[in-house]
Design a protein around this ligand. Structure first.
Ligand code: COA
Length: 430
């Protein structure tokens, strides 16, 4: 059958489409800003008719209504990353968290460790060959759609038609729901003095011609601002935001020295403003790939001078990094941190950087600690960590003994906490 007819025959409202969801199903929702908002809402509106539907999602940028109080027994959220809309539900036991490297999430679906009954995705309208682009989120969304028993797609003209390994043919989709909703946006973070100081330190570690991975938030934005005088930078990252677009427009990021995919910005998802979404639309410089490719440490390591920049909640004196829990509470997730730390380690001339403000809670708590809080998870092990950066400087841990590491790490703690850290260090076993 001609794909055009197939497509026309399967256009239904969101309410009609979600009727395929049955009690006991596992539903995977398209990631981050790519979330299909009409389908998700229509699914939640069926709460009273459904029991024990597992909703698997990673960074939930929408309202995450499926894990609000009152949804118990109808929906159970399985979070692959905890964010502001899902944190309370996880803390209160109304939702669960599954630890998993971002690079390995597609295999959870395709190898049927978490078999997918229904995938809810959002795509661009089809091109003249019948291919839709997964737009701002290729990541695990493509894998979930490839192995789901049913695929429901919201077709949205606002979804940028991104290029790369980012397509799904209409014949791989069961139902299409037209949508004209704006794509979810991520506002620009505020960069304060602390982040700016961290950005300045990191800029000293970034050589001209380096390839970068950065996450979201004020620290990555501050770093990008401090890189404006560099030349020939490249990007191989799990995501980008507006800050990278500005460095491309300024000619600082051109990918000319990249040893893998030269000239291309390689990513798996993006979050930002409408301006970014317009910038990536059919932009041949932007190459989107599934996350099991972008975040594979063996792929990342093929970029020479790969610099991975990630953040943390606590770092102890051995260099253990906690980036996803505050004590026993799940705060976020591992995401792609370890994928990129390890990828940068494999890279010739590569560097991995953990950057964090020295304190939290208005300066009352040191993030540099003698020991991680009781119950805290180690996100990145001490064996993997190279550089730790705070607003007070850079601690280079590679090749250092435990004693030397402790000295280096205390030297970048906030001065108010250094005496106590020294006391703890002297009492400790190493
Ligand atoms: N003790 C108590 N509270 C702490 C704390 C600590 N050690 N560290 C941070 N906090 C508080 C902060 O004060 C802040 O509170 P507020 O929101 O009330 O101001 C909150 O926790 C968040 O801290 P912040 O440093 O602002 O977080 P962030 O948004 O910059 O995110 C990570 C930092 C580490 C949580 C985030 O980078 C992450 O999830 N990393 C893991 C995933 C990853 O690295 N992926 C790859 C890149 S996308």
């Amino acid at each position: 059958m001609d794909w055009r007819r197939y497509y026309q025959d399967r256009i239904v409202s969101a309410e009609e489409a979600v009727k395929v969801i049955r009690s006991g199903d596992r539903v995977v929702v398209g990631h981050a800003c790519g979330e299909p908002q009409l389908l998700t809402e229509a699914m939640v509106n069926r709460a009273k008719e459904l029991e024990n539907v597992e909703v698997v999602h990673m960074v939930a940028m929408g309202k995450a209504l499926y894990c609000m109080p009152g949804m118990e027994g109808h929906f159970r959220h399985n979070a692959l990353f905890v964010g502001s809309s899902t944190r309370e539900a996880v803390r209160e036991g109304r939702a669960d968290y599954t630890p998993c490297f971002f690079s390995e999430i597609p295999r959870l679906f395709t190898e049927h460790i978490l078999p997918v009954d229904v995938a809810l995705i959002q795509v661009s309208p089809p091109d003249k060959f019948g291919f839709c682009s997964l737009g701002v989120s290729v990541d695990y969304t493509k894998a979930a759609a490839s192995c789901a028993k049913k695929v429901l797609a919201e077709v949205n003209p606002h979804m940028p038609f991104t290029l790369g390994d980012s397509f799904i043919h209409v014949t791989e989709i069961d139902y299409f729901t037209p949508s004209n909703e704006p794509i979810i946006e991520l506002p620009r973070p505020e960069v304060g003095e602390v982040e700016e100081a961290i950005g300045q330190h990191i800029s000293k570690l970034v050589e001209d011609g380096a390839t970068l991975q950065l996450g979201i938030g004020a620290i990555p934005d501050a770093v990008l601002i401090c890189l404006r005088d560099k030349v020939n930078l490249g990007i191989h990252s799990e995501m980008i935001s507006d800050g990278v677009m500005e460095l491309i427009e300024a000619g600082v990021v051109n990918g000319k020295k990249k040893t893998l995919h030269p000239g291309k910005v390689v990513i798996t998802f993006l979050m930002g403003t409408k301006k970014l979404y317009e910038f990536v639309d059919r932009n041949p410089m932007i190459e989107m790939h599934p996350v099991d490719y972008t975040n594979d440490p063996f792929v990342i390591g093929q970029n020479e001078k790969m610099v991975a920049i990630n953040s943390a909640l606590q770092v102890d004196l051995m260099g253990q990094v906690c980036a996803d829990t505050i004590g026993t509470q799940q705060f976020s997730g591992v995401g792609g941190q370890v994928d990129f730390v390890r990828g940068a380690s494999r890279s010739r001339g590569g560097k991995s950087i953990i950057a964090l403000p020295s304190t939290a809670a208005g300066g009352t708590v040191s993030r540099i600690v003698a020991k991680l809080s009781t119950g805290a998870a180690v996100t990145t092990s001490r064996n993997d960590v190279h550089f730790v950066v705070t607003e007070y400087g850079i601690a280079d841990l590679r090749g250092k003994t435990l004693r030397q590491r402790a000295e280096a790490i205390i030297s970048i703690a906030h001065p108010d906490f250094r005496v106590d850290l020294w006391k703890s260090f002297r009492r400790s076993v190493f």
